[in-house]
Design a protein around this ligand. Structure first.
Ligand code: DC
Length: 246
């Protein structure tokens, strides 16, 4: 059994000395990097292999983006948005190893992948108040189970003491191709050029924001996935995890 609330790793204080024999800290595998670097695919595969919970932190920012679009909330008024967020339950559930996104009791798992929501998610992710709410929620999830958690600030802000940290990256063209493939499953007619440009814009917003910008934690292992297969990335990660968690 892993830790209970309040007994998480570093961010909540070093709890090791207060743990009972049967308890151990939850394992947090943190995977950060820009969109299209391959985080979701390898994080899901890794979670399945390890028997851990897969947590897509971007899904929570997307849920907030969905709220903005659905209720025509104003991005120019972050305080009102945060107040709205505080009275609107957003939940991730994990049936059969998959991840579902719920907003106020409504399942919005597929809706949060649309273009308008993607754009709104990037905007709300710049708001410190929104990040505070979501960071607290992610810490709670990571305190309840062993997780593979992917995002932009997992190893730097959410869990600076994560058990193992990775930072995935890839060339802009490869990242654009991966994103385009994903979008075409949803029947988008966007071109590669348009996708690469939109990604570059969101990336610079993610990297330049004042609060929790996208950056590599100094102790994260960098993996450039440009020329690697999913299997090769997963095997590289597994050997690092096995080295740390024998
Ligand atoms: O990973 P994604 O594309 O689904 O994330 C959606 C948005 O949320 C994206 O603009 C980056 C942002 N995000 C973030 O700022 N911090 C995270 N930990 C995860 C996502």
């Amino acid at each position: 059994m892993c830790c209970s609330q309040g007994q998480q790793r570093g961010w909540a204080g070093k709890a090791a000395s207060t743990m009972t024999e049967k308890q151990r800290p939850c394992v947090i595998i943190a995977i950060d990097g820009p969109a299209g670097a391959g985080k979701s695919t390898v994080a899901q595969r890794l979670a399945r292999l390890l028997g851990y919970r897969y947590v897509d932190s971007g899904a929570l920012y997307r849920a907030v983006g969905w709220l903005v679009c659905e209720h025509a909330l104003l991005l120019e008024d972050p305080a009102a948005l945060v107040a709205y967020l505080q009275r609107t339950p957003i939940e991730l559930t994990f049936p059969n190893g998959t991840l579902q996104v719920w907003v106020a009791g409504r399942c919005v798992t597929s809706q949060v992948r649309g273009e308008a929501v993607t754009h709104a998610a990037s905007a709300v992710a710049t708001m410190p108040g929104v990040r505070r709410v979501i960071t607290a929620q992610l810490r709670q999830i990571g305190g309840e189970a062993d997780v593979v958690m992917e995002g932009r600030d997992i190893g730097t802000v959410v869990f600076p003491d994560a058990t193992v940290k990775f930072f995935l990256d890839a060339s802009p063209t490869i990242r654009g191709q991966r994103r385009l493939q994903e979008m075409q499953q949803g029947r988008s007619s966007a071109t590669l050029g348009q996708v690469v440009e939109a990604m570059a814009q969101r990336d610079s917003q993610d990297r330049a924001r004042a609060t929790a910008p996208l950056m590599r934690s100094p102790d994260a292992q960098i993996i450039d996935t440009t020329d690697l297969t999913v299997d090769e990335v997963v095997q590289t990660m597994l050997s690092e995890i096995r080295r740390v968690l024998p």
